[in-house]
Design a protein around this ligand. Structure first.
Ligand SMILES: [Zn+2]
Ligand SMILES: [Zn+2]
Length: 887
């Protein structure tokens, strides 16, 4: 096999992914010995399309899974999708609506069949997209929350919780979406600012004279009022408590009651009480034993309890009611009133509090156990600050409403007896009523909240309730990587249910990712049109470049800001490695396979140095991956390969490669050894290009246990300690590197042509450096610094008549100016450039003081302005130090 002129990402990606799958490298074997590393994927919605959040999540997962696999762990990464109740049902309903149909016309059974068809046809595309990004899941273990096995787990958990008294049924006020026609949990309701009004309505006394004025934001629900309430301490109403009012429009008699929950300052201090349509009123009603009168149906249209308003939707009803009250002179005034309204997080419809009978999970105790598990360190959050968020939510948790009035999902395993109305809860349809033995049983119409089944994901996917080898081997899982937005929805529920049913936490570590933002720091949304499609990025830059960029940007706790330059730089990095590999292969022409081993004791300074630097990189990458510092790991591997291996060692090796005999053999061996190790290190980040190159290097490696493919090769282990010789060599070479860099920047300052060689003088402060090391690295610095000579001189500035110099921590470097170089003119030119830069800078900084700029500039323009200021400041500082050197 040979390396082509340029790297072709697409071909490599397809070839290697298929090969890895065909050879079963991603398959988990629970019977294998060894330490365990397991992850269950956060199941994307079956309706999902890969977005950058998924791409980031999958990349981070894959980096750690590939690393652990190469480190010899028994590794499982289990993939799958979530049936996503409301989201999927809505998608299919939209499809139906195009043909002018709705689900009720189809009926439950055909509608559910239709959703399954949709799922088989259009759903689950996201898993193919995850393969595209290189996700090394065990694809033979794909799970779906509605699989028979997982559904069995759902029923079992429901029945068990019911038996333990942790699931109960209650008639309560719940959030209801009239469009989705379903109950929503508190978490599924978004709160939106709205400009509403406060209506002051007169309620006449039943006895005849006078009235009391109540203030309300919802005149339409007054049809369901069963009391008016005032604060017991409110002096204005003391004498009115207990009196009877006649409810306008309905004529019903209601009482004035006293309740401490009423705020004296709100409106008139007297409020109407509608227990069936308001959460506070519901509580007041319970305390006073008030009747609950629901005046709307499931579409939020007025129902039979609404008298002549029956059939109107709630907005029309409001208008008509206010008109009618006005006609009777019962509206005192209307004030503007800013308000927060709850809307359905799925469809944006204003949520209606509705009285209904629902299933609830009692969560208090489970929440306590979950908090204790985090406090004990059985589960740890990265970054740690998310634990605070987790505790805050868990401390304020309410019982969880788990029933949904949908058709797509797990139908609740409860059966109502037609004869005695008793509910039998059972995993399978029972043959008869457990109470009266009647056989006419009707299953509960509702389905479970979609998070109920995803809350079981870490153990239901491993075969629970069966006692499977997978469950024993891979539970608790090692790590969960997920977005902060579902800590409550999902992470908390998995904690509660895992502890309840497995008696252990579902995962040891939780890594929370943050938002991916565009290059101007803005959140990506469809409406802003700034959404970047990861598939486009993969096509444009190659999958490896996309993965590396995402990893580089994934700093713990910081948002991720994307720009195309970043991806382009990562693609350039892939090409850099490719070209380095081509250089190595060219220089292996005629070499034996495998390469003969070399005497390590005879390695030169540069060889010892690069091997030592690589060891340091292995150390840092390993440490950073273990700490989930993905960006640190990615930067360490990147800067080693680019700035040490390519920029320095390849150059340093050129002389040796041209020589014959031992020197050439040693340089070849070190090039191959370095390439092998750094490709292993790089593989988790850039799996495709690393495998492609490794296959070409592989024949030169001598290792009895060498694997066929890099994907399962051993991950490098850093040497425990370096020998004193190696340490000395590292120090000496770092001096050589610094001197060479100084020579190169001084050459540029003095206007040397690329082919022109300069005379250099060097003074080492330490005697040992001068005697032992300078003679050993001098030739490297001469070659790489294009020096005609480097002579050691005593301290002082008089090495050459005309020269510039630079001080380093361990010595000083001077370089002779070329004859034609004019110091005065050069200084003049630098000053001119500095003046220009100053002028530019002041133009950008004065803008900042202009109020008009702040008012009108877009975020893009402001970001650009800030960037220009920074660039110019750096330029001015550089020119300063150059001027200083010219004296
Ligand atoms: Zn809705
Ligand atoms: Zn019965």
């Amino acid at each position: 096999m040979e390396l082509g002129k340029t790297y072709d990402p697409k071909a490599a990606e397809e070839r290697w992914f298929q090969t890895w799958i065909d050879l079963g490298y991603f398959k988990a074997d629970p019977t294998r010995e060894g330490p365990v590393f397991s992850i269950v994927i956060p199941p994307p919605n079956v309706t999902g399309q890969l977005h950058l959040g998924h791409a980031l999540n999958a990349t981070l997962h894959d980096i750690i899974v590939r690393t652990r696999r190469m480190q010899g762990y028994n590794t499982l990464w289990l993939p799958g999708t979530d049936h996503a109740g409301i989201a999927t049902q809505n998608a299919v309903e939209k499809d139906l609506a195009k043909d002018g149909k709705n689900r009720h016309q189809l009926g439950r059974e055909s509608f559910v069949d239709r959703v399954w068809e949709w799922r088989d046809d259009k759903g689950g595309k996201i898993l193919l997209q995850l393969r595209r990004i290189g996700a090394s899941c065990d694809w033979s273990r794909e799970r779906f929350t509605l699989d028979p096995g997982l559904s069995r787990a759902v029923n079992k958990v429901f029945v068990e919780l019911f038996k333990r008294g942790l699931i109960y049924r209650d008639r309560r006020l719940i959030n209801w979406c009239p469009r989705c026609e379903s109950a929503l949990s508190d978490l599924e309701v978004d709160h939106k600012e709205a400009q509403s009004s406060l209506w002051y309505i007169r309620y006449p006394f039943a006895g005849g004279d006078g009235f009391i004025t109540v203030a309300t934001t919802r005149p339409e629900t007054m049809l369901g009022d069963t009391a008016v309430a005032v604060n017991p301490d409110d002096a204005r109403y003391q004498s009115r408590i207990g009196k009877t009012l006649r409810l306008p429009l309905m004529g019903r008699e209601i009482k004035i009651i006293a309740d401490a929950a009423v705020a004296e300052k709100f409106g008139t201090g007297a409020v109407k009480v509608t227990p069936a349509h308001d959460f506070n009123d519901f509580e007041i009603g319970k305390r006073h034993g008030l009747e609950q009168i629901s005046v709307m149906d499931s579409h939020a249209r007025m129902n039979e309890n609404a008298g002549r308003y029956q059939g109107l939707d709630r907005d029309d009803a409001r208008k008509r009611i206010v008109e009618d009250l006005r006609a009777q002179d019962l509206v005192e005034k209307i004030e503007p009133h800013p308000n927060k309204v709850g809307v359905c997080s799925r469809c944006g419809t204003v949520v209606e509090p509705m009285l209904s009978e629902q299933w609830f999970v009692r969560v208090r105790e489970m929440a306590e156990r979950s908090m204790a598990a985090v406090r004990d360190g059985r589960t740890t959050f990265f970054p740690r600050r998310w634990e605070k968020t987790f505790f805050e939510w868990m401390e304020n948790v309410h019982d969880w409403c788990i029933s949904r009035q949908l058709w797509w999902g797990h139908r609740i395993p409860a059966y109502r007896c037609d004869r005695c109305n008793h509910l039998t809860v059972a995993e399978e349809r029972p043959p008869k009523c457990e109470e009266c033995g009647g056989t006419d049983l009707v299953q509960d119409e509702d389905v479970l909240d979609t998070w109920f089944s995803s809350g079981l994901w870490p153990f239901s996917t491993l075969g629970w309730p069966e006692d499977t080898p997978e469950l024993r081997k891979y539970y608790p899982t090692s790590l969960l990587i997920t977005g902060f937005d579902i800590i409550f929805f999902w992470v908390a529920r998995m904690m509660m249910l895992g502890l309840e049913f497995m008696n252990d936490v579902p995962f040891r570590d939780v890594y929370i990712t943050t938002l991916v933002r565009d290059e101007y720091g803005k959140k990506m949304t469809k409406s802003k049109g700034n959404v970047v499609d990861p598939l486009d990025l993969m096509n444009q830059y190659g999958t490896d470049a996309v993965r590396l960029t995402l990893a580089q940007l994934a700093a713990q706790g910081g948002d991720i800001i994307l720009s195309h330059e970043r991806f382009a730089a990562a693609r350039a990095f892939a090409n850099k490695i490719w070209n380095a590999a081509r250089f190595v292969m060219m220089n292996l022409d005629g070499a034996t396979k495998p390469l003969p081993s070399v005497d390590q004791a005879k390695l030169g300074l540069a060889e010892r140095w690069i091997l030592g630097r690589l060891d340091a990189a292995v150390h840092e990458v390993t440490r950073a991956i273990d700490a989930y510092e993905f960006n640190v790991a990615a930067m360490a591997i990147y800067s080693f390969i680019w700035h040490e291996f390519c920029d320095w060692y390849i150059e340093l090796s050129k002389d040796s490669l041209k020589a014959a005999g031992e020197r050439q053999a040693a340089a070849r061996w070190v090039l191959v050894a370095c390439f092998d190790r750094m490709l292993r290190l790089l593989h988790p980040f850039m799996p495709f290009v690393s495998e492609e190159i490794w296959q070409v290097i592989r024949p030169y490696l001598s290792d009895a246990n060498l694997s066929e493919h890099l994907v399962v090769a051993k991950f490098p282990v850093p040497a425990a300690t370096a020998s004193p010789e190696d340490e000395a060599a590292m120090k000496a070479m770092s001096q050589c590197v610094a001197v060479t860099e100084a020579i190169n920047s001084l050459r540029a300052l003095l206007g040397y042509h690329p082919g022109q060689r300069a005379r250099v003088a060097y003074h080492a402060i330490a005697l040992e450096d001068r005697i032992n090391w300078f003679p050993k690295w001098k030739n490297y610095a001469m070659t790489l610094g294009k020096a005609a000579s480097i002579d050691h001189v005593e301290a002082g500035r008089n090495a050459f008549e005309r020269s510039v110099g630079e001080s380093l921590p361990f010595g000083e470097v001077w370089i002779e100016a070329p004859e034609e170089f004019d110091f005065a003119k050069a200084r003049e030119a630098l000053r001119k450039r500095q003046e220009d830069a100053q002028k530019h800078l002041s133009r950008y900084t004065t803008r900042l003081e202009d109020p008009g700029f702040h008012a009108n500039a877009t975020a893009e323009i402001r970001a650009e302005n800030a960037q220009r200021i920074e660039e110019l400041q750096i330029q001015i500082r550089t020119l300063d130090s150059q001027l200083e050197r010219l004296g």
